[in-house]
Design a protein around this ligand. Sequence first.
Ligand SMILES: C[S@@+](CC[C@H](N)C(=O)[O-])C[C@H]1O[C@@H](n2cnc3c(N)ncnc32)[C@H](O)[C@@H]1O
Ligand SMILES: [Zn+2]
Ligand SMILES: [Zn+2]
Ligand SMILES: [Zn+2]
Ligand SMILES: [Zn+2]
Length: 501
Amino acid sequence: MAEDLKGCQVVCKVTTSQLQTLCRHEGIVCLDLGVNRKQMHNFEVEYLCDYKRTLVPGRKTANATGVPKEREFYLVKWKGYPDHMNTWEPRKNLRCVELLRQFWDDVFLELQRQKKTVVPNQFETELSSYLEQRARHRQSLQRWEAQINCVGGLTKRILVRNCVDLEGPPNNFTYINNYKVGEGVSMTTMAVGCECTNCLENPVGGCCPGVSGHGFAYNECGQVKVKPGEPIYECNNMCRCGPDCPNRVVQRGIQHTLCIFKTDNGRGWGVRTSERIRRHSFVMEYVGEIITTEEAERRGQVYDRQGATYLFDLDYVEDEYTIDAAHYGNVSHFVNHSCNPNLQVYNVFIDNLDERLPRLAFFSNRGISAGEELTFDYNMQIDPIDVESTKMDSNFSMTRSPKKASLITGSPKKLHMTGSPKKDPLMIGSPKKDPLMIGSPKKDPLMIGSPKKDPLMIGSPKKDPLMIGSPQKDPLMIGSPKKRARMECKCGTDNCRGYLF
Ligand SMILES: C[S@@+](CC[C@H](N)C(=O)[O-])C[C@H]1O[C@@H](n2cnc3c(N)ncnc32)[C@H](O)[C@@H]1O
Ligand SMILES: [Zn+2]
Ligand SMILES: [Zn+2]
Ligand SMILES: [Zn+2]
Ligand SMILES: [Zn+2]
């Protein structure tokens, strides 16, 4: 019986304020509710929610200039005390500099939005209730940020900011830093270690990558030097080398402070870097739930209808598994698409050498300035170990030119949309913007590479969502192909293809 209740949740009908009062009344410390021993008897400002300026009674002028003497008051929400105990406090009583700064940032932003230039002596209800919502919203994001940074395995801090609207943390999303193995996926770690004393300078038998006939992936600064599409074999726990080995990069985790932020042009949340990132540096891993491709097809139908996808195919050798970061994921869950991206994905093998289960790591494809948004191409096309790939190697420099990236043939390393237009032979797009139309026929992906891996050929028709079920019932089938909505790309780059999928 108890097992049946696993994961069940019951809504608490008592408000936070009531619980805080109860704690205070009983003298109980509860840090989750903000009731600590210090402010059991002292008062601590939680946030400021209103403001007014009044003339000092009895004194019309204060000095020779004739400017009336005014006093400023702030309405204070006290930490651990319910709202009805908020009090107006004169400015001189407040020492919460950061909260005052945030309060005025919010005021000016909102007045600007309302196209007002003067700060009124007394705020209208609309403004004061907005300020309160904003303060609460900031708190909920701070709590989320704290939760994210509590999850084990993070090496650098992840920040959360939303200066655009009042959207809070996503529902139904659990932050994780390590893969979650889904149902029907068996992951047995199997690794072979190296015997080198210095893996970079004196690699024995080519070190770990050499065992499978590949080159050492990093230079002495930890920058990736192999071409996109080539696998990275890092040292593992069977190796003789220590944790500082130059062949351990992805396994060390994120090395830059990153920020999940709300975009201001309708792309939802995004990720930007708070620090400069050097080119070819490891940035983050695409972490999520590893599921079978069949399960991914099923979930993809649902995600397509919701208008967002978080499925990333692990198609390094075959299309057997997919990473789903929709409900369990790390910061990569929030990385948006760009037609001119600054991240490039690589297949990485560390403690598991099963080629069907590579780890996906994003590296910068150029230097990235502090504050820049991080993006990858949801439709990148790189062929990893296809027989054709050696032939393709000479052309791989093309991947650096995003326009030409779509010309590279083979298995597309892409975020997976079940209704992906590429898979749909009926889909008609704007010819100018359609990657299938770009370039000379010679370079057309339809013409180059092994047909087995041609994007239009991937997956058996049985699996194609366009074929599943009766046509009348499938919403994807309704209407002419032209009418079917493509997701508009808002990446804003000069070479934008115009759509995501
Ligand atoms: C992997 S998620 C990225 C994170 C997402 N923005 C969020 O808030 O969770 C992919 C979704 O983000 C949005 N998105 C990403 N890149 C976009 C772009 N260039 N233009 C428009 N929407 C984009 C689309 O809704 C897409 O389905
Ligand atoms: Zn080695
Ligand atoms: Zn090794
Ligand atoms: Zn090593
Ligand atoms: Zn675009």
